[in-house]
Design a protein around this ligand. Structure first.
Ligand SMILES: [Zn+2]
Length: 115
């Protein structure tokens, strides 16, 4: 009898085959014997793109392409403002950054272009 791999969830040795699947009797985990053990969680890697479709990365410098009102203030981030050392985030905005004279703020990628 072929040696079956241990359960990837709980390391149980007593796994058995059920059709195309392997099944763990300890934690009831089922998985495909064909899938590589380190196949990640299947989540696509998010890519951030600027207004021109260029890929953005942490630490990039971008330029604001539209006057942006800062929430809760009368301040505006003017077109052409350079924003250094951006940090990409996955939230209600896309970029965390510090702007001179403004401070910490969040930006949307569609309002910037890579400098
Ligand atoms: Zn298990």
């Amino acid at each position: 009898m072929a040696e079956l791999p241990p359960c990837p969830q709980c390391d149980c040795q007593w796994t058995y085959e059920d059709g195309a699947l392997l099944v763990c009797p300890e934690c009831a985990h089922e998985w495909s014997a064909d899938a590589p053990a380190n196949a990640g969680d299947g989540e696509a890697t998010k890519v951030w793109r600027d207004a021109n479709g260029a890929e953005l990365a942490d630490g990039d410098t971008v330029t604001v392409i539209k006057d942006l009102k800062i929430k809760g203030t009368s301040q505006v981030v003017k077109v052409g403002t350079k924003v250094k050392n951006i940090r990409l985030v996955d939230g209600d905005h896309d970029i965390d950054c510090r702007i001179d004279g403004v401070g910490q703020m969040g930006l949307k990628t569609e309002f910037v272009k890579k400098a």
